[in-house]
Design a protein around this ligand. Structure first.
Ligand SMILES: Cc1cc2nc3c(=O)[nH]c(=O)nc-3n(C[C@H](O)[C@H](O)[C@H](O)COP(=O)(O)OP(=O)(O)OC[C@H]3O[C@@H](n4cnc5c(N)ncnc54)[C@H](O)[C@@H]3O)c2cc1C
Length: 306
């Protein structure tokens, strides 16, 4: 547990971020969890998983952007991704982070930037998922999402909720009234016990409760987890309630449990792989190590293999 919180703390250290991203030596460590640096590097991978009946979600890594120019560059990158998805006919949508679009500077700026991406996605018949970040921006993220949803359709834009947050069940009930397409995940940030369940069992119990609420809503949602217990609970519930495999999708991260991703796709479930790429890999990479500190050894082994 100490290791986990230490790694999450390190993930937020700006100085280390700059240091790590400057050296190509560190870049080599990231390949387990990061698909490449450019859109062109990612496309062949997505073709490969498409051929195995998995879809993808592009994630351009960058978060907590602290100036409007950089936020604008992020929007332009996403417009290029959407254009490339259409041009190459790969099966992928996109995931965005609002702090990447300037939420830390100005809520209106983040809304306008996200809106530009959703407008483009809508025109191309694609879909934008708004990732959920730390609890300091949960409400702002939901507020911006609701604004977007009031203008765009259910199948244009969706949001993420985290089962470790105490507020999430109520948020899910509220968002389903719109309705909204929701990705449920456990949550990857360090949160105080007032806002998040400190015990894994409570996080898992809440995950199952929210998953059941989502699946019962009749809306197409994303069940994002690598946890076999959560996956079995989802399959059991869907089977019991007569909810077809085509009514929801499982989602997993690039580089994690590829075997299980393939298996679920072979079993006829919709499977989407979240594919991060880009130069600003540091916080994302550190959160992946924090989820499973054993990954540190995996990463170290790769360095010494040369
Ligand atoms: C598609 C997708 C999108 C996500 N989007 C968000 C988001 O918007 N906001 C957010 O806060 N979080 C997001 N997450 C991360 C999520 O919140 C969890 O931190 C992460 O998925 C680990 O939780 P778990 O459900 O896999 O269960 P855990 O209980 O953490 O893990 C279960 C098992 O999965 C495997 N596993 C899990 N993590 C790793 C890892 N890093 N390396 C190797 N094996 C691992 C291990 O076998 C582990 O025993 C997302 C996750 C996915 C899959």
């Amino acid at each position: 547990m100490v290791t986990r919180s230490a790694l999450i703390w390190l993930s937020g250290q700006e100085g280390l971020k700059d240091f790590a991203t400057r050296f190509s030596f560190f870049k080599k460590l990231t390949t387990r969890f990061v698909a490449g640096e450019t859109i062109d590097e990612v496309i062949p991978y997505i073709r490969e998983i498409n051929a195995e009946n998995c879809t993808a979600s592009f994630d351009h890594l960058n978060e907590s952007v602290d100036n409007a120019d950089e936020a604008n560059k992020e929007v332009e990158e996403y417009l290029r991704i959407l254009q490339q998805i259409e041009a190459t006919r790969i099966r992928s949508n996109v995931s965005i982070k609002l702090t990447q679009f300037g939420l830390g500077l100005d809520q209106e700026l983040a809304y306008q930037n996200a809106r530009r991406v959703v407008v483009d996605a809508q025109q191309r018949g694609n879909f934008v998922r708004v990732d959920m970040e730390g609890s300091n921006v949960t409400q702002a993220t939901i507020d911006i999402f609701k604004r977007l949803r009031s203008e765009f359709d259910l199948n244009d834009v969706g949001i993420v909720l985290q089962s470790y947050l105490r507020r999430t069940y109520a948020d899910a009930q509220e968002l389903l009234k719109l309705p909204a397409r929701i990705r449920i995940c456990k949550g990857a940030y360090s949160e105080p016990p007032e806002v998040a369940f400190p015990d894994k069992k409570d996080v898992d119990d809440n995950y199952v409760k929210v998953m059941q609420l989502l699946l019962s809503s009749g809306v197409y949602h994303g069940i994002a987890t690598h946890d076999p217990k959560m996956i079995d609970a989802t399959i059991d519930f869907a089977t019991r309630e007569g909810i077809g495999k085509e009514k929801f999708e499982f989602q997993m991260l690039y580089g994690i449990r590829r075997d299980l991703q393939r298996q679920l796709a072979r079993d006829g479930y919709n499977m989407r792989v979240y594919v991060p790429y880009g130069k600003h890999w540091y916080p994302y990479f550190m959160r992946r190590l924090a989820e499973r500190p054993a990954n540190i050894w995996f990463v170290m082994k790769n360095i010494f293999k040369g």
